[in-house]
Write a protein that binds this ligand. Structure first.
Ligand SMILES: NC(=O)C1=CN([C@@H]2O[C@H](COP(=O)(O)OP(=O)(O)OC[C@H]3O[C@@H](n4cnc5c(N)ncnc54)[C@H](O)[C@@H]3O)[C@@H](O)[C@H]2O)C=CC1
Ligand SMILES: O=C([O-])CC(=O)C(=O)O
Length: 276
């Protein structure tokens, strides 16, 4: 029997759960064509509106409830509100399939999903998303990382309404100077800023974990972009990296987030694959 090649593996059927800033952009890229991948279905909160948002695609796909996605697809891109992560990921992992998780903060409170993946041969993929350099951090983690620190600066409108601000009675709507609103760990931030700090949890999972990684969050009225700076000190290297994200229509989400998913899907079948 001939060896299986990339070419003969067939097309991977991709579903998208959540048709917001990330989901629609990924759907458009799949519709334009990513070699070896085909968009087969999406889930959305409002099915009529979702069908309208998909109407410009060359090949519109069905809009189905999240529980119906697994029967239709090999891979699901989770880009929905964080609370839906178990409902979206569970069926795919139980079937030994792949889940690309954007709401990475929710992984911390749903470790059972990692157990499910282990038990059934599935895989949870956390793409670099709105961050950068997770390849360097995971490489450094193969050695000894002494410290990881992240400083996030966001425009006010990217932070308003976060549960941490409400609970601690921190008003940022009228600030005129940058204000440090949080100094703690990604584990604490995942609870206090569920729609803002997925990147900090991804960094923590890549490096030294959600309790040893240090995180500061600043609200900055002069900023128009979400910016993240990472400082890593390891026995293999020290590095500092920064990214300033152009927001999408959703001020909490940078444009590069969807592009990170698209590049991951493109790499799945690429004859030359750059970056780990
Ligand atoms: N890992 C990373 O680097 C980043 C992660 N994120 C996270 O990714 C996720 C998606 O982000 P965005 O696309 O910006 O959010 P979004 O708010 O623009 O879109 C989420 C979509 O999910 C839909 N939805 C709500 N209930 C649903 C249901 N029951 N079934 C299916 N869909 C439902 C909403 O209608 C909305 O269209 C969020 O959790 C966000 O925090 C965002 C940016 C960066
Ligand atoms: O962390 C997130 O979920 C989003 C974010 O900061 C960004 O887009 O820059």
């Amino acid at each position: 029997m001939p060896a299986t090649t990339e070419h003969s593996r067939g097309v991977r059927r991709v579903a998208i759960a959540g048709l917001g800033a990330v989901g629609l952009r990924v759907a458009e890229a799949l519709d334009e064509g990513l070699p070896g991948c085909a968009l087969v279905a999406v889930s959305a909160n409002d099915r009529v509106r979702a069908a309208e948002r998909l109407a410009h695609l060359r090949c519109p796909v069905p809009v189905v409830p999240v529980e119906d996605l697994e029967a239709l697809a090999d891979i699901v891109v989770e880009c929905a509100p964080a609370a839906l992560l178990p409902a979206i990921a569970g069926p795919f992992l139980r079937a030994g399939k792949t889940v690309i998780v954007l709401s990475s903060g929710a992984i911390l409170s749903h470790q059972e999903l990692v157990q499910l993946a282990r038990a059934h041969g599935g895989q949870i993929v956390v793409p670099t998303g709105a961050l950068l350099g997770l390849d360097a951090v995971t490489a450094a983690a193969e050695g000894d990382i002494r410290s990881v620190r992240m400083i996030t600066r966001k425009p006010v409108k990217g932070l308003v309404g976060a549960p941490y601000l409400v609970e601690h009675d921190i008003a940022i709507a009228d600030i005129t100077e940058p204000l440090r609103i949080f100094d703690g760990t990604p584990r604490e931030a995942a609870i206090g800023f569920p729609a803002n700090l997925n990147v900090a949890v991804a960094l923590a999972l890549a490096g030294i974990g959600p309790d040893r990684t240090r995180l500061e969050i600043w609200a900055d009225p002069a900023l128009t972009r979400n910016t993240h700076t990472i400082e890593v000190d390891a026995d293999s290297a020290s590095f500092t990296m920064s990214i300033a994200n152009v927001p999408t229509d959703n001020p909490k989400t940078g444009r590069i987030t969807a592009l990170s998913v698209i590049s991951y899907l493109r790499k799945l079948n690429a004859p030359l694959r750059i970056g780990s």
